[in-house]
Structure formats: structure tokens, C-alpha cells
Design a protein around this ligand. Structure first.
Ligand code: SF4
Length: 363
């Protein structure tokens, strides 16, 4: 299976925590010019389209595209027979006509940027939608026949209280959606929050508190029927993200668009992040991965998943046990951060809270 990721790097406003590749477009022409370049880049991968089984259009804010821009993009992808075709949508830029068009072109999964149901926190994050818009989008998508809906939520926002998290959980239950990506807020460099932090005006939530919330969220979602299958991902039976699972299992994926990454035939590449450079040559850097790179990536990505890494498969591929290749693994086993269950190496519940500490063993 091969995945295809397409990046639409435009947003109506910049969220205070965001370090993705994005910009506020100066006008519609800027988006059209970008789509033209993106179209040309997509054409260079056309001979691989028959292998593509998942498409993920992310951003940025793909739902910012107008109908003609969407049609232009969809037309280029229509020969792909994808089992999963996801588009990221922000509630404020969705319209029923866009939903209709998505459905007509085979989009079968929506990832909706909600982040929180608390109006005050939405303002603090600089998000531009209302809860009513979220409910309307979900209702309309279902009416269009797109029932596979995932929402993104964030915990660990300074000022986020127990009551706010409980309200998010209550809304999750009432929306009846199938998949949730519930991320911890990470303070990233060059974001608005980073600048506030430097001035002493942003106080990250304490680790103990975020750990408590992570456990609470995971337990509560489990009680609602959402199985955690990755550090930040929870799904009802049969609704795990196929596309994201390709990343975590070292499958091939094509990345197109500004700043996109790809992994094809053992080669990792990264596209330019500047529009000017991207328009001249799409790829900024690429390198052929070594066996050492692939071993480390197999563990770093594979351990994100609750089922972990199949040890027999790992040893067959790399002719070595990860315990022999990485000394620190024995220590993590003793410290209770990783465990071996049914010949799978996986993070323990505590290990999921301290994943980065474990991943350091492989770099
Ligand atoms: S979080 Fe999403 S919507 Fe907000 S600025 Fe970043 S890419 Fe744009």
C-alpha cells in the first residue's frame, strides 16, 4: 500500500500554537498559482497512482479552497482508487456545496479541526469557529453520506480546567463521531505562544497535570468505545486511520506540496517550505535511508502504535534483535517504559507518557 499526502498551506488566520507549514494568502491568485505548481508536481508521480490506496489532503486549511479550486485538485486525483480519502476541514470554511463536491469525487473521511468546545479557549488559541458550526458541519457531512468523521482535540492548554475537559468529552459522546485525535499542546518554537513564553506571558501546564489528563481522556474514551491505537489516536472498531497507519508501519508514501515529506523506495525527501523555491524545484532534500535509519524509524514510528512492533518481523528484516542493537532498551524494559507482549515490543501506559524518552534510545 502507498499513501499520498497533499499539503494545502493556506489558512485564514494563524493559530497561536501552530508550527505547520502555512501562510495567510494575500489573494486568490496566490492559491491558484500554488495549485498549478502542485498539479505539476502531482503529475511527476502519476506512474505511481495505481499503487496509491490512501489520499490525505492536509494543511494548512484545505477547506479554504473554493469550489473551482477543489474541482481542479480533485480532477487530478480522480483516477486513484483510494480505500480511504481524507480531507482536513475547518468548521468555519466548510459549506454544504463543498461537502457535496467532496462526496462526488470519492472523499470518504473528514478530519475536522475542533481543538476544544470551550469558546474562551478557542479565542485563546486564535481559532475562528463556533461550536454551532461544528455541529452543523457534522450534520451536513452525514447528510451528504460522509459518516467517517474524525475530530482533532487538544489538552494541556494553559487555563484548561477539569470542567472544560469533561465538557469536551460530553460533546464527543453527543456528536457520535468515529475517530478522535486528541493531542497534547506542545510549545513549539516560532509560534505566538513561544513568543509569549519568552516574555513570561505563557505558562505551560505542569507535566503531572497533563499526565493526569492524558490518562483520564484515554480511560473515558475507552469507556465510550474508542480504542486507543496510537499515542494520540482513538477509534471505534473499524475506523482506525489507514493513511496514518502507513506512516507508522514504514509503508511508502508520496508527499506533495509545500514542505511535504515523502518516503518512497527507501528514499526520504522533504519539499521546500518557501513558495518561491517550491515553484522552482519541489524537493529541497532527499537521501537514501540506510539500514540503521530504517531500524530506528521502524521502532520510533512503530512504538507509537499500541500494538507495537512485531519482533519476529523486525528480526527477519534487519537480522538483529532490537535489544542487541539498542543497549538502552533493556533499561527501558526494567524501568517499565516498554514491554514485550505476544512477541511485540510496545510502550507501556507509562511509556506512552514518556515516549520521547524511549525514542531517544534509537537516535
Ligand atoms: S493549526 Fe491548522 S488552521 Fe491553525 S494555523 Fe495551523 S495549519 Fe492553520
Amino acid at each position: 500500500m502507498t499513501g499520498l499526502y497533499i499539503h494545502i498551506p493556506f489558512c485564514e488566520a494563524i493559530c497561536h500554537y501552530c508550527d505547520f507549514v502555512k501562510r495567510v494568502p494575500s489573494n486568490k491568485t496566490m492559491i491558484n498559482t500554488y495549485l498549478e505548481t502542485l498539479g505539476k508536481e502531482l503529475t511527476t508521480y502519476r506512474d505511481r497512482f495505481s499503487d496509491v490506496s490512501t489520499i490525505y489532503v492536509g494543511g494548512g486549511t484545505p477547506s479554504m479552497l473554493d469550489l473551482s479550486q477543489f474541482r481542479r485538485l480533485f480532477e487530478q486525483l480522480k483516477e486513484i482508487n483510494a480505500v480511504e480519502y481524507t480531507i482536513e476541514v475547518n468548521p468555519e470554511s466548510y459549506t454544504s456545496l463543498k461537502g457535496q463536491l467532496m462526496k462526488a469525487y470519492g472523499v470518504n473521511r473528514i478530519s475536522l479541526g475542533v481543538q476544544t468546545f470551550d469558546a474562551g479557549l478557542l479565542t485563546y488559541l486564535n481559532r475562528k469557529h463556533t461550536n454551532d458550526q461544528v455541529f452543523e458541519v457534522v450534520k451536513d457531512l452525514r447528510a451528504q453520506g460522509i459518516a467517517n468523521i474524525s475530530i482533532d482535540l487538544i489538552f494541556g492548554i494553559p487555563g484548561q480546567t477539569e470542567a472544560m475537559i469533561l465538557e469536551d468529552l460530553r460533546q464527543v459522546r453527543s456528536l457520535g463521531i468515529k475517530h478522535i485525535s486528541w493531542y497534547q499542546l506542545i510549545l513549539e518554537e516560532k509560534t505566538v505562544f513561544w513568543h509569549l513564553f519568552k516574555k513570561g506571558q505563557f505558562h505551560p501546564m505542569e507535566d503531572d497535570e497533563t499526565a493526569r489528563w492524558y490518562e483520564h481522556i484515554t480511560t473515558s474514551l475507552g469507556q465510550m468505545g474508542f480504542n486507543q491505537y496510537e499515542i494520540s489516536s482513538y477509534a471505534m472498531e473499524g475506523y482506525q486511520s489507514v493513511h496514518n497507519t502507513l506512516y507508522w508501519t514504514m509503508a511508502d508514501y508520496i508527499g506533495c506540496g509545500l514542505g511535504a515529506h515523502g518516503f518512497l523506495d527507501g528514499i526520504r525527501y522533504e519539499n521546500h517550505q518557501s513558495l518561491q523555491h517550491y515553484q522552482r524545484s519541489y524537493v529541497k532534500t532527499s537521501y537514501e535511508t540506510t539500514k540503521t535509519d530504517r531500524m530506528a524509524d521502524t521502532l520510533i514510528f512503530g512504538l507509537r502504535m499500541n500494538k507495537g512492533v512485531n519482533l519476529d518481523q523486525f528480526e527477519k528484516t534487519f537480522m538483529v534483535s532490537p535489544f542487541l542493537a539498542y543497549d538502552a532498551l533493556d533499561r527501558h524494559l526494567e524501568d517499565g517504559l516498554v514491554e514485550v507482549v505476544d512477541r511485540h515490543l510496545r510502550l507501556t501506559e507509562r511509556g506512552r507518557l514518556l515516549g520521547n524518552q524511549v525514542f531517544m534510545a534509537f537516535v
